[in-house]
Design a protein around this ligand. Structure first.
Ligand code: ADP
Ligand code: MG
Length: 416
């Protein structure tokens, strides 16, 4: 079993700088990189004004970038055979198709408020974040672009938390308006604000964040990411309908977001939503469905708080139990899991993981498992075995090590 722990940062920076030289016959202004992310707990809470707890992965997207004088933007990626080349002004909503919409969107959104390289630029991307697996390769490519443009255009935003919050906003606008993907901001916040050795507690109601120490090594633990390698095509429509159900419930309850309900107010809210009729577990009437959605959101926000408290007192068993409860809630109340995720989680738990859950929006993507370091092979082997028994394609395994935010990455020299 091979556990993918990401690339060595300096080696990767050297490789992408070499690729830039080979492509453009010039020296880049520098190399920058930004991490993908995994969410520890707090799923489908972001658009409800709730809490979530992502961490930045060691898996990063690297960009070698150089300013140009000819008014042209040229983007190339090792992940795509299609480079994008256009006049600087074409980086705007409606004009960019395909993958280049992610970096071009950042350029456009930043350019709305700042003077960003009117002369154009060249960039080459290389990444070890799996694309489209729910580990946010989209935020990684955007945020690597954001810190590169920030520095080359001398905007100075990357140097402070406030400036980075502005970069997050530009990436979110770019993803929504140029790439045309709906997104809540968790991914870009993780990629631009995370700290090595920490998880990032994000409060989506007031936009605040706090770094929570997540010392896996101290506890002899590994956070195993299990990539199911499935992406169900109905995921987008299901996401939209979950959001609509939450918004409708909030209107019915007279609150701005479901965050306002709180655990203490949950029973009263559930009663109110059904006109006093008790929630039949597993019930499928429209009212029961909405109440189960609300129950997930409210209890999941409370689980994030409890998870942070468990980490802070070093009780990783309690943290693991909260992951298991989160998965059950996502599977039964929010109904966003799938067979591949459920099988991964059960097999990991049966093989001794302290906790396991689906992570990300659901319907495929990844699960995570908190595992004693000496049990990683056994847990991964059990998941592989369970997948084979089900007739699923083999999963892929990554190690999630809490890493640092988007930054300049120095290339390894020949002497290294
Ligand atoms: P995720 O963010 O979970 O990986 P998304 O569907 O949000 O999944 O984003 C994946 C898309 O982002 C890819 O299909 C591609 O368009 C773009 N992308 C991400 N990283 C790269 C890269 N290194 N090179 C080219 N395109 C990329
Ligand atoms: Mg994404």
């Amino acid at each position: 079993m091979t556990l993918d722990a990401g690339w060595d940062e300096h080696e990767a920076a050297r490789r992408v700088a070499d690729a830039y030289r080979a492509r453009f016959g010039a020296e880049p202004d520098g190399v920058w990189s930004a991490p993908g992310r995994v969410n520890l707990i707090g799923e489908h809470t972001d658009y409800n004004g709730g809490l979530c707890l992502p961490l930045a992965l060691r898996h990063r997207t690297y960009v070698a970038l150089g300013a140009a004088a000819d008014g042209v933007v040229e983007l190339a990626s090792s992940a795509s055979p299609e480079p994008w080349r256009a006049p600087r002004g074409d980086a705007c909503p409606g004009a960019v198709a395909g993958w280049a919409a992610y970096p071009a969107g950042v350029l456009w959104a930043l350019g709305e408020h700042h003077d960003v390289l009117p002369g154009g630029f060249r960039a080459v991307f290389d990444s070890c974040v799996p694309l489209g697996s729910g580990l946010s390769s989209s935020a990684a490519i955007q945020c690597s672009t954001a810190v590169a443009l920030d520095e080359v255009a001398a905007l100075g935003l990357g140097a402070s938390d406030g400036g980075r919050a502005e970069l997050v906003e530009a990436c979110v606008r770019g993803e929504n308006e140029v790439a045309g993907a709906r997104t809540g901001g968790m991914d870009q916040s993780a990629s631009l604000l995370a700290r090595e050795g920490h998880a990032l507690l994000l409060d989506m109601r007031d936009g605040s964040h706090r770094h929570v120490p997540f010392a896996l090594d101290e506890h002899g633990l590994t956070l195993l990411v299990i990539d199911t390698r499935v992406a169900h095509t109905h995921a987008g429509g299901e996401y939209a309908s979950r959001r609509a159900e939450c918004e409708a419930a909030a209107v019915q309850l007279g609150v701005a977001t479901l965050r306002e309900v709180g655990c203490d107010g949950l029973d009263a809210a559930l009663e109110r939503l059904a006109g006093g009729v008790a929630l039949a577990d597993g019930g499928s009437s429209a009212g029961d469905v909405v109440r189960r959605r609300v129950r997930h959101v409210v209890t999941e926000i409370a689980r994030v708080e409890a998870f942070v408290e468990a980490l802070e007192r070093g009780d990783l068993d309690a943290a693991g139990a909260l992951m298991v409860a989160s998965h059950a809630s996502l599977r039964d109340d929010y109904e966003v899991s799938c067979r591949e995720l459920d099988v991964a989680v059960s097999a990991a738990l049966d093989a001794g993981a302290l906790g396991a859950r689906m992570t990300g929006g659901g319907f495929g993507g990844c699960a995570i498992a908190l595992v004693r370091a000496d049990r990683v092979d056994a847990v991964a082997g059990a998941v592989e075995g369970a997948y084979a028994a089900e007739g699923f394609a083999p999963p892929r395994f990554l190690e999630a090590r809490p890493s640092g935010a988007a930054r300049r990455s120095e290339a390894a020299t020949a002497a290294d």
